[in-house]
Design a binder for this molecule. Structure first.
Ligand SMILES: [Zn+2]
Length: 289
């Protein structure tokens, strides 16, 4: 396991250290540019400026630096360590992204296509043209660097949301806000794959309740975890569309200095309704079961 970044290439030109695998400079530049725009927009909105290192990794370099064995699953180095990878890395707050498409996302595509047929296939091919069934959702996965960046606006303040799913929701809300304000032309990339996947039968997913996600977190399994995230993406769109960037700001401030860890779901629903919006409360009240 690598304990430093000397096997990677430093990519110059960004406000934060960016490292890439051999041959990945170009995609690393695209992802780092996105990250830089997102940092500016989110820092302005939330009055906080996190520090981080960006790693854009090929499959060969993944195991030495990633905290999850699932290649190209975007994550950050705050992911609970100890199960995989290099828990003693000398840096923290790294955002870790794949430079190529991961088989994990192909599996998600296969589930949607098998369930939904030609119409879904055609739509996915149109939005994400590529080699696997003519579909490559890597351009969707590359947007998720903003989700990982958004987590630092929690971890580095620092405060903790009283539920893991609230932390994940907040990251998706920031991602949605960034796309709306910084890259509106990519909104179709952000929404099409999750939207189509959520039309597939819920019977594919062993775990479906927010309580399951809370208890098991990424232990629900890669694809099932993505299904939770896709639902949270849809709620993020609803909350943003109702409240705009102000909803993001409210979400960020409302949970600081709160003692809600022991709150019941009913109390949390009331808190969301009072402090954010009806759409935020609906994450709990309309969650699919
Ligand atoms: Zn996350």
């Amino acid at each position: 396991m690598g304990s430093n970044l000397s096997d990677l290439r430093l990519v110059h030109g960004f406000a934060f250290p960016t490292y890439a695998s051999e041959g990945a400079d170009e995609i690393a530049g695209v992802i780092a540019s996105r990250c830089q725009r997102a940092q500016t927009i989110l820092s302005d909105a939330l009055h906080f400026d996190p520090a981080f290192t960006l790693l854009v990794l090929s499959p060969d370099d993944w195991d030495a630096h990633a905290r999850t064995p699932i290649y190209a699953m975007p994550h950050n180095s705050k992911l609970p360590a100890g199960t995989y990878g290099a828990p003693d890395l000398p840096f923290d707050n790294a955002l870790i992204i794949g430079s190529q498409r991961g088989a994990f996302f192909d599996t998600m595509v296969d589930i949607a296509v098998a369930d939904l047929g030609d119409k879904a296939t055609t739509r996915l091919r149109d939005v994400y043209p590529g080699p696997n069934r003519g579909i490559d959702v890597a351009p969707f996965a590359n947007l998720l660097v903003v989700h990982e960046l958004a987590h630092l606006f929690e971890f580095q303040v620092p405060f903790r949301f009283p539920r893991r799913w609230l932390s994940e929701f907040f990251a998706n809300l920031c991602l949605h806000a960034y796309i709306e304000l910084g890259e509106p032309e990519t909104m179709t990339l952000l929404q099409t794959f999750p939207g189509i996947t959520l039309q597939a039968s819920a019977a594919h997913w062993k775990y479906r309740s927010l309580a399951d996600l809370e208890r098991l977190y990424i232990g629900v399994g890669g694809e099932n975890y993505a299904w939770f995230q896709f639902n949270l993406h849809e709620h993020a769109a609803n909350v943003y569309n109702a409240g705009g960037i102000d909803a993001v700001r409210k979400f960020h401030t409302a949970f600081q200095n709160q003692k809600l860890r022991e709150a019941t779901d009913e109390q949390l629903t009331d808190f969301l309704r009072t402090n954010i919006s009806e759409q935020a409360a609906a994450i709990i009240t309309s969650w699919p079961s």
